[in-house]
Design a protein. Structure first.
Length: 533
C-alpha cells in the first residue's frame, strides 16, 4: 500500500489528504466534536489487572460469576484478554444524558446547558461500545436501553460500531402505565431498547406460546390435523414468475393476486395435495391452513408491554423488597424485562455481560433464569463507584450492586435464595513499562479468566495449578533448579499443559516436555492486551 505514495510530491500528497478529509466530512453517518471536547480522563493506555477481593465475594471458590468495581473502560479492556468473541448477550442501561444529573463526565455531571453535552455522551459511549464489540460472540446480541434524548444518536452510533447490516430491531418498552414524565405535550409511557448482533449469523429465539396466543386457531371443518387459522397466500413483493392462473379441481380458474402467489406452481400443487391449501366459496378462492400443532413458538414482537415484562414501578418494588423498603438506586429495570432479553438470546451455558450494571438487575435476572430452567449462565457485571466531587465516598458497586446480588443468592427475610456465587474484582491500572510489578495474585486471576471458567484465590506455594487430566493451566512465579523433578511430576498429571512464567526459557531448559506450551511473562500479556512499544 505504501508504495503507491512513495513517488508523490508534497503537493500531491496534500491534495490527496484534502480530498480524503472532504470525503470524511461529507460521509453520511454520525459526526461529533471528538477533538473539541475535553478528553475523557478515563481513557488511558495502561495495562489493566483485577484485584480479587474474597471478603466481598459470595459463595466458596472457585467462582464462576464476576462483579467488577471500576470504570467500565478499564474493565472492558481487561475482559478483552479473556472473553473476546465469547459473550452471547450484552445488556446495558447507560446514562440517558437528560441533563438532569444522570451522566457523569470527568467526575462532573453534564447539565442540560452544556454546549458539548451530546458530543461528550457520544464519545463516552463510542469508546466503550467499540470494546464491547470485540467481546460479543458472532451469534450474540447487544441490547441498549435509551429514551428520547439520545435515541436517534444511539442508532447512528450503533450502526457505526456494529455495522448497519447487524441491526436486529428497535423494541419499545412500556415502562409505565401511569405517565412517567412529559415531553412537550406528550405523556411518556415508553423507553427504547436498541439491539444489534455480533454478525449476520445471529437470530432471535422464538418466544414461548401461551394460551391467549392461540385464540385465533379453531377447527371448523374437523380437520384431523387439529386447530388451524387462515394464512396469507399472496406475495408481499412483486414476483412476475409467481403470477399464474390456478385451476381448481372442477376446472374453474382463480386469478393470481396483483403481486403473485406466495409459491411456485409446483409448491402450490404439493400444498393442495397435502390439504394445506383448500378451496372455499364454491371454488372461487383458496385458503391456506396454518396448524397450531406446527407452531412451537412465536416471533419476538417489537412492542413489549409492561404487563408482560414489568414496569419501573415493579422494578422499584423489587428493590424495596431487597433493601428493606429503602431502594438505594433511583432508576432500576425490572428483572422480567432483562429475562425477556435473556430468553430470546441465551442458552443454558452462555455468558452475559452488563457493563453499566447499576443496581445489579442483570445478575438478578440471570440467577432467576438459571433457577427456572436449570441453566448455568454466567454473568459479568461492571459497576463504577459513581463517586463525584460532591460525593467522593460513593460506591455504587460495593454498596448497591453487590449487596443486591448477594441477597438474591443467599436469600433475604422470608425470600429464599436462588443460589449461585460471584467473585468481587476491582480494576487496577499498571503502567505499560511496569508490568513486572504485577502481583502474583493479579497474574493468577487473569490467567484463570483466560483459560478457565472459574476464578480462585492465589495460594502460597511453588506454583499454581488448575485443570484436569485432559488440559491444565500452570503458573510458576519463581523457578528453582531443585524444583525441576517435582514440576515434571506435576506436568504429567495432564495431557496438555500451558505454562506461564517470568522464567519460561529457563524452565524449558530444565523441564523438557512435548505436551507443554510455554508462555513468557510479561510478553504474553502485552501481546494479548495490544500494548505496543
Amino acid at each position: 500500500m505504501a508504495e503507491r505514495y512513495e513517488n508523490l510530491s508534497r503537493e500531491e500528497l496534500i491534495r490527496l489528504l484534502v480530498a480524503r478529509d472532504r470525503r470524511e466530512a461529507t460521509r453520511f453517518g454520525l459526526v461529533w466534536e471528538a477533538n473539541e471536547i475535553e478528553r475523557d480522563k478515563a481513557l488511558n493506555a495502561d495495562f489493566v489487572a483485577f484485584d480479587l477481593l474474597p471478603e466481598l465475594s459470595v459463595g466458596g471458590p472457585p467462582w464462576r460469576n464476576l462483579i467488577i468495581e471500576g470504570d467500565n473502560f478499564d474493565a472492558l479492556r481487561c475482559l478483552r484478554l479473556a472473553f473476546t468473541g465469547r459473550v452471547k448477550c450484552i445488556l446495558i442501561d447507560p446514562p440517558y444524558n437528560t441533563g438532569q444529573k444522570d451522566f457523569v463526565y470527568n467526575d462532573r455531571f453534564v447539565d442540560v446547558n452544556d454546549l458539548w453535552r451530546h458530543s461528550k455522551w457520544v464519545e463516552f459511549m463510542y469508546q466503550r461500545l467499540t470494546l464491547a464489540r470485540d467481546l460479543l460472540a458472532p451469534d450474540g446480541a447487544i441490547f441498549v436501553c435509551i429514551d428520547d434524548n439520545e435515541f436517534h444518536t444511539l442508532g447512528l452510533l450503533m450502526s457505526k460500531v456494529f455495522g448497519e447490516g447487524n441491526f436486529v430491531g428497535n423494541f419499545i418498552w412500556q415502562h409505565s402505565v401511569q405517565p412517567k414524565g412529559y415531553s412537550g405535550n406528550v405523556s411518556l409511557h415508553h423507553n427504547f431498547i436498541v439491539a444489534y448482533a455480533g454478525s449476520p449469523l445471529f437470530r432471535l429465539k422464538d418466544m414461548p406460546r401461551e394460551e391467549h396466543h392461540n385464540v385465533h386457531y379453531s377447527n371448523p371443518d374437523n380437520d384431523p390435523s387439529g386447530p388451524w387459522r387462515a394464512g396469507d397466500v399472496r406475495n408481499a413483493l412483486y414476483r412476475p414468475n409467481l403470477i399464474y392462473d390456478l385451476t381448481t379441481p372442477s376446472g374453474k380458474i382463480i386469478k393470481p393476486p396483483a403481486k403473485g402467489w406466495r409459491w411456485s406452481k409446483g409448491t402450490m400443487a404439493e400444498k393442495i395435495r397435502t390439504g394445506e391449501i383448500v378451496f372455499r366459496d364454491d371454488e372461487t378462492r383458496i385458503v391456506r391452513k396454518i396448524y397450531l400443532s406446527g407452531q412451537s413458538g412465536r416471533p419476538v414482537e417489537s412492542i413489549w408491554f409492561g404487563e408482560d415484562v414489568g414496569t419501573t414501578r415493579e422494578a422499584n418494588q423489587e428493590l424495596k423488597a431487597i433493601f428493606d423498603g429503602e431502594p438505594p438506586f433511583s432508576t432500576p429495570k425490572p428483572t422480567r424485562l432483562v429475562e425477556r432479553m435473556l430468553g430470546v438470546t441465551t442458552g443454558p451455558d452462555d455468558t452475559v455481560l452488563d457493563f453499566f450494571a447499576g443496581s445489579g438487575t442483570t445478575g438478578h435476572a440471570v440467577l432467576k433464569q438459571n433457577a427456572a430452567d436449570g441453566g448455568r449462565r454466567r454473568f459479568i457485571l461492571v459497576s463504577n463507584t459513581e463517586a463525584t466531587a460532591e460525593q467522593p465516598d460513593k460506591n455504587l458497586c460495593r454498596d448497591v450492586c453487590a449487596p443486591r446480588v448477594r441477597k438474591v443468592i443467599v436469600g433475604s427475610g422470608e425470600t429464599a435464595g436462588l443460589g449461585g456465587d460471584f467473585a468481587y474484582l476491582r480494576t487496577c491500572r499498571v503502567e505499560r513499562g511496569r508490568l513486572t510489578e504485577l502481583s502474583h495474585e493479579q497474574v493468577w486471576t487473569i490467567l484463570q479468566l483466560i483459560h478457565g471458567e472459574t476464578v480462585a484465590p492465589f495460594k502460597p506455594g511453588r506454583w499454581q495449578w488448575a485443570g484436569d487430566a485432559e488440559q491444565a493451566l500452570l503458573y510458576v512465579p519463581q523457578f528453582r533448579k531443585e524444583d525441576a523433578a517435582a514440576l515434571r511430576k506435576q506436568m504429567r498429571q495432564s495431557a496438555a499443559v500451558i505454562l506461564y512464567s517470568w522464567q519460561s526459557e529457563l524452565i524449558r531448559q530444565h523441564v523438557r516436555a512435548d505436551h507443554v506450551q510455554f508462555e513468557h511473562l510479561p510478553e504474553s500479556f502485552s501481546r494479548r492486551f495490544g500494548l505496543k512499544g
